[in-house]
Structure formats: C-alpha cells, structure tokens
Design a protein around this ligand. Structure first.
Ligand code: FDA
Length: 287
C-alpha cells in the first residue's frame, strides 16, 4: 500500500523533479545552498541501477544550468541505488560516468553513508575514484560508528571534504556508540579535526550543542566561515537555517525528492518526536 505524499511533504520537496526545482530556487533566494537527492536505495536490478545513474547525470546537468558560480548547489547520492549491492565494479563504473559529467560542470557529488554493512564498500569505492576527481567527490562519516575515528584520520590525510553526521541507522553496540552524550563528544572531536585538516567539510546537524561547539572552535582557531559549511535537512529548523546564512555562515540544505520517499521519511520520524508532530499537523490541518 502506498501512503499519500502529503504525509512526507514537510521533509520531501516533491515526488517529481519539476515540483522540487522551485523549492531549490526559493532556498537559493534565501542565501542557502542546496544538495538535491533523488530518493531510492537498495537496488538489486542492473537496469534500475543504470536508470538511477542516468537520472543523477540529468540532475547534474539540470542543476548546473540553473546555478551560478556563487551557488554551491550539488547532488547527494546513495551508492546502493547505483549497483553497489549487485557488483562493486559495476557500481564503480556507474559512479565514474556520473563524476565525469559532474566534473565537466564543476559540480560536487556527495556519497551519502548508509547502514554499517555498506561503510567499508562505500569508502573503498570513494577511494577508487577520488584520485581522478579530487575536487568533485566526498564521503559522509557517521560519528556514532566506532570505526569513524580511523576514517576521520584517513580523510584528514587526504584533505577531502567530508560530511559529518551522527548517523541515522540503528547499529549494534559492538560497532556503534548508543549514548547521545558520547556520540556528541565524538562528533565534536571529529568536527575539530575536519575543520583543521580538510577543505570545506560539512557539519551536518540540527543540534545546537554541536553547532555552538563548531562556531566556538572556528572562532578560537581563526577558521573563517568560508572554509566549511553547516548542513541541515529540508523542512527542519527553517528559521535557523536562514538566520545562520544571514550571519555569514555557509548553510546547505539537503533536499530529497522522488516517489521512493518512505525509508527516508521513516528515518526522520524515528529521529525526533517533533517530526511526528509535523506529520500529525499535516493530517489534522489539511484543507
Ligand atoms: P538530533 O535529531 O539528534 O537532535 C539533537 C538536538 O538538536 C535536539 O535535542 C534539539 O536540541 C536540537 N534539534 C534538533 N532538531 C531540532 C529542531 N527541528 N528544532 C529545534 N531544535 C532541534 N545520516 C546518515 O546516516 N547518513 C547520511 O548520509 C546522512 N546525511 C545527512 C545529511 C544532512 C544534511 C543532515 C543534516 C543529516 C544527515 N544524516 C545522515 C542524518 C544524521 O545522521 C542524523 O540522524 C540527523 O541529522 C539527526 O541528528 P542531529 O544531530 O541533526 O540532531
């Protein structure tokens, strides 16, 4: 059974790209950068993976045609949509084709991080393409995973732009911190290393403690706001996004769209009670 889209409309820009582009324009007009993500994951069929690659390629072209140099609009993708679960070499080939077009348009492609069963494979694929596309691809690391300490070291060694987030997937205690104060502590340590050793990493969080820690660290170490960015999700902390951009911080909004919104939507509901409230309000006050 397919749920009606209006339930997810707080968090997902539209089911079609055409509905999502006006959202991108509006965010850009408010001084916010955008990462567009065509939703979908865990593809097991080669034809679907190739179609996903072609959709991403079209997305790069569409976005590049609408963006000027001042905007750091880009795309964010899941490798499991481009064949990672079928055959890593096939996925790598799809990713290379996408990155060639992205590099032509000087557009950055962020590789979202999925569940821990895909972490090593995602980082391996990233490392295979990075030498050829050093300015156009970067991974996501999740502060909750215990292995991230090592992965941060490696990304700092490469100097690559990383998106740092807490991690949205339920992971077992053997491999992931479960306690929020411990996750925050790890997050702050990783943020400090990324700000010092990488160029233009993304601090992806809605958490004031982490945002304040980032601002304070950058101030103390004379790290200019042009050398990193904050990132938030579409539909969350909308006023804060605009206030921080007006203060001079780079703020990127992750804008998902597409018909396969249910897994993304359910991760948002699991994360916070307030997100459930947004959905209930949509149901109660729908005209
Ligand atoms: P969290 O939801 O833990 O909230 C902590 C505190 O922040 C709250 O108690 C409150 O004080 C404050 N807060 C949060 N939301 C608020 C609101 N709306 N209003 C007021 N205060 C609020 N995950 C992943 O596994 N792989 C990925 O690739 C990505 N990609 C990604 C991109 C971007 C741009 C973002 C922002 C996040 C991701 N994530 C992700 C998701 C991420 O891992 C994490 O699950 C969510 O961001 C939730 O954690 P937060 O740190 O944002 O705050």
């Amino acid at each position: 059974m397919k749920l009606p889209f209006f339930l997810a409309s707080r968090f997902v820009a539209g089911e079609a790209l055409e509905e999502s582009l006006p959202v991108v324009d509006e965010l850009n007009q408010d001084g916010l950068h955008v990462a567009l993500d065509k939703l979908g994951e865990h593809v097991h069929d080669r034809e679907k993976a190739v179609a996903a690659r072609d959709t991403y390629i079209d997305l790069v072209r569409t976005l590049a045609a609408r963006s000027d140099d001042e905007l750091r609009n880009r795309i964010s993708i899941k490798l499991s949509m481009m064949g990672q679960l079928i055959d890593e070499d096939f996925c790598l080939d799809n990713l290379r084709q996408l990155l060639e077009v992205a590099a032509e348009h000087d557009m950055f492609v962020r590789l979202d991080m999925e569940g821990s069963d895909l972490t090593q494979s995602t980082l391996d694929i990233f490392e295979s393409v990075y030498p050829d596309f050093p300015n156009h691809v970067g991974p996501v690391l999740q502060a909750m995973l215990k292995r991230t300490d090592r992965d941060i070291d490696r990304m700092c060694e490469l100097g690559v732009s990383v998106r740092l987030c807490k991690g949205a997937y339920a992971e077992p205690a053997e491999i992931a911190y479960q306690n929020m104060s411990q996750i925050r502590k790890r997050y702050i340590d990783y943020m400090e290393r990324l700000l010092e050793h990488t160029d233009y990493s993304g601090i992806a969080t809605h958490d004031d403690q982490l945002i304040d820690a980032t601002r304070a660290f950058a101030d103390r170490h004379d790290i200019g706001p042009d050398t990193f960015e904050f990132q938030m999700l579409y539909g969350l902390r909308r006023t804060t996004q605009r206030e921080m951009a007006a203060e001079g911080y780079n703020m990127l909004v992750y804008v998902p769209y597409g018909t396969e919104w249910f897994p993304y939507f359910s991760r948002r509901l699991r994360e916070k009670k307030e997100n459930v409230w947004f959905v209930l309000k949509n149901i109660l006050f729908r005209q």
